[in-house]
Design a protein around this ligand. Structure first.
Ligand code: SF4
Length: 343
């Protein structure tokens, strides 16, 4: 069996994600002795990806692209936590502190987009990580991927909680014009206590909404996803109303939302966290989340309330198109599907 140092010597090929997973399986995260520690206390392990575009099933889109694995934003409800467990890494702290960086992603993507067999299918960017988490400021992989998508006139949608996205509004405008692009900024709740509790590593909600305004002003179709609504925490009517009003005030083209679901490593992590942070909610959650989804009647109640608030503040029901008429939009069928899907 290869020894660990062989994988990480400077100047040699970077390991694949699979090699890293095998290493972690054998020796835990501490076996990654060459992963770089940065000021945020996370460890960043550079890896080599074999493909940039991932074919997915059971999603409302067929292709995804994720420059990183893991996310320092550390949202407790994050459904991507369970993906870390597929690599023998923990869905708790390791999800937020051991980040894999696909350093060759842009080169690989360009090769894939250039293949004659590729038919410029819609690509969903940032479905299993946040592609504008702080390390993007260093690697700029998301920017490179968007540049490649624009160059190849390939439609895309991108989801993030990172206000850093405004750095790339020139590329997003270019992609919008050439092929169609929709940006989904995730802002589940504007209440600061809820934000601090649920999304400890993210930028404040109002900062994210200011990013919405800047993108809209740059002519990029941009909406907000309030996903997920977390029962008993962000589901209170007054909080829903403040959030929807703020979204409308910042010019978002739409506001989508879904009630949280829980499964796998995400479920384990969330319920453990809840019993520490909100112990009085634990019993109710055991009942509400006996299965992956909260009961349909509960979800309907929340979504009906949201619908009424959307109507009150004129968002969702009204089509707010870009003021820049030249800008094309990503195919609507994908947009509707993304709204229904994303947590
Ligand atoms: S920002 Fe997105 S990917 Fe990152 S932890 Fe939060 S929900 Fe997960």
């Amino acid at each position: 069996m290869e020894t660990a140092p062989l994988l990480f010597e400077l100047g040699r090929a970077r390991p694949t994600t699979r090699q890293i997973a095998d290493l972690v399986k054998a020796g835990g995260a501490d076996a990654l002795t060459e992963a770089v520690h940065r000021a945020d206390a996370a460890r960043y392990q550079e890896v080599r990806c074999r493909s940039a575009l991932n074919a997915v099933k059971g999603m409302p889109f067929d292709w995804t692209l994720n420059p990183y694995r893991g996310c320092t934003h550390a949202c407790h409800y994050c459904y991507a936590r369970r993906y870390h467990t597929q690599f023998e890494l923990g869905a708790d702290d390791e999800f937020a502190s051991m980040i894999f960086v696909k350093t060759n992603l842009v080169d690989v993507l360009r090769r894939e987009l250039a293949k004659p067999s590729w038919e410029n299918a819609y690509v969903a960017v940032g479905t299993a990580t946040d592609c504008y988490q702080p390390i993007e400021g260093h690697y700029r992989l998301t920017r490179g991927a968007l540049e490649a998508l624009a160059e190849f006139r390939n439609p895309a949608g991108i989801i993030t909680k990172g206000p850093m996205i405004v750095r790339d509004r020139d590329v997003l405008a270019d992609l919008s014009e050439r092929a169609g692009c929709t940006v989904y900024i995730s802002v589940p709740c504007v209440d600061e206590d809820v934000w601090r509790a649920l999304e400890p590593g993210t930028a404040p909600p109002l900062q994210r909404l200011r990013a919405v305004r800047q993108l809209v002003d740059a002519g990029i179709r941009t909406g907000v996803l309030m996903n997920p609504i977390v029962p008993g925490i962000s589901s209170k009517p007054s909080r829903l109303e403040r959030t929807i009003k703020a979204i409308a005030d910042h010019g978002a083209a739409f506001a989508g939302c879904n009630v949280m679901f829980l499964e796998g490593g995400t479920r384990d992590h969330f319920l453990r966290w809840l019993s520490d942070a909100f112990p009085h909610l634990s019993d109710g959650y055991r009942e509400l989340y006996a299965r992956k989804y909260a009961p349909a009647s509960y979800r309907k109640e929340v979504l009906t309330m949201v619908e009424a608030l959307r109507a009150k503040y004129g968002i969702g029901a009204r089509e707010r198109t870009n003021e820049h008429a030249r800008v094309r939009e990503a195919p609507r069928v994908h947009e509707q599907a993304m709204l229904a899907w994303r947590d």
